[in-house]
Design a protein around this ligand. Structure first.
Ligand SMILES: Nc1ncnc2c1ncn2[C@@H]1O[C@H](COP(=O)(O)OP(=O)(O)OP(=O)(O)O)[C@@H](O)[C@H]1O
Length: 212
């Protein structure tokens, strides 16, 4: 359980951002294509050059080894990368105890998969299956904060609802801060939380929710 705080975080197209998410808080970020939403998430995850600092609770990103930071601040990219042969080969850690295995099957079932999905070859995965399974793979690391880049962009309404339900459950159980990039105004409305927009290189609260 940890808060997430951006302190003057800036990247190539974005003016410095100061933003604090309480532990368990969810916020949405929207903005036109190319406005810098994905780069913002990548900067928070320390995957791209940027200025400023990010805090997870009292721990500064600059003081933490990058692999540990990226495990604790989990980024779900718009397009996931699968390198091993089977789905299950990407989830070896979580299968190490029966409690982990139970949690994993609960997540898979919640997203509409049978347990045999672990034996599936990654080459057969559809775009939406990849997206849902990438979320399970991310949660298996038990991140303290989630950065979701269009997590439901390729999904039909039923699977979109499943993903939203899983993210909400994880957020509540772990008190995880969730920063969600979404183009879908109904989704932002449905799930609640503060809503921001990137406009002309600045992150602003959406007008209907007031201004910072
Ligand atoms: N490695 C890079 N080098 C130069 N420019 C880049 C690089 N990566 C991204 N950009 C540019 O930075 C801008 C912001 O990109 P970003 O991917 O963050 O957009 P976005 O808001 O997520 O867009 P979309 O909604 O289309 O996914 C874009 O103009 C993009 O072309």
């Amino acid at each position: 359980m940890a808060s997430l705080r951006l302190d003057g975080l800036a990247h190539r197209t974005l003016a410095p951002v100061d933003l604090a998410l309480a532990a368990g808080e969810q916020v949405f970020v929207s903005g036109p294509s190319g406005s810098g939403k994905s780069l913002l998430l990548r900067a928070i995850a320390d995957l791209d050059p940027h200025q400023g600092e990010v805090w997870l609770g009292t721990e500064a990103r600059s003081q933490m080894a990058p692999p540990l930071w990226r495990r604790q601040v989990g980024l779900l990219p718009a397009e996931s990368f699968w390198w091993a042969e089977t789905v299950g080969a990407h989830l070896p850690l979580i299968q190490s105890s029966s409690a982990d295995a139970e949690r994993l099957s609960g997540w898979l079932a919640g997203l509409g998969f049978e347990p045999d999905v672990l034996d599936w070859s990654v080459t057969r995965l559809s775009t939406g299956e990849r997206q849902r399974l990438a979320l399970v793979r991310l949660l298996a690391q038990t991140p303290e904060a989630l950065l979701l880049d269009e997590a439901t962009a390729n999904l039909d309404p039923g699977n979109r609802d499943r993903v939203e339900t899983l993210v909400e459950a994880y957020r509540h159980e772990q008190a995880a801060a969730v920063l969600w990039v979404s183009h879908d105004p109904e989704q932002r409305q449905r799930l609640g939380g503060r809503r921001f927009i990137i406009r002309t290189g600045r992150l602003e609260l959406e007008p209907e929710t007031g201004w910072t």
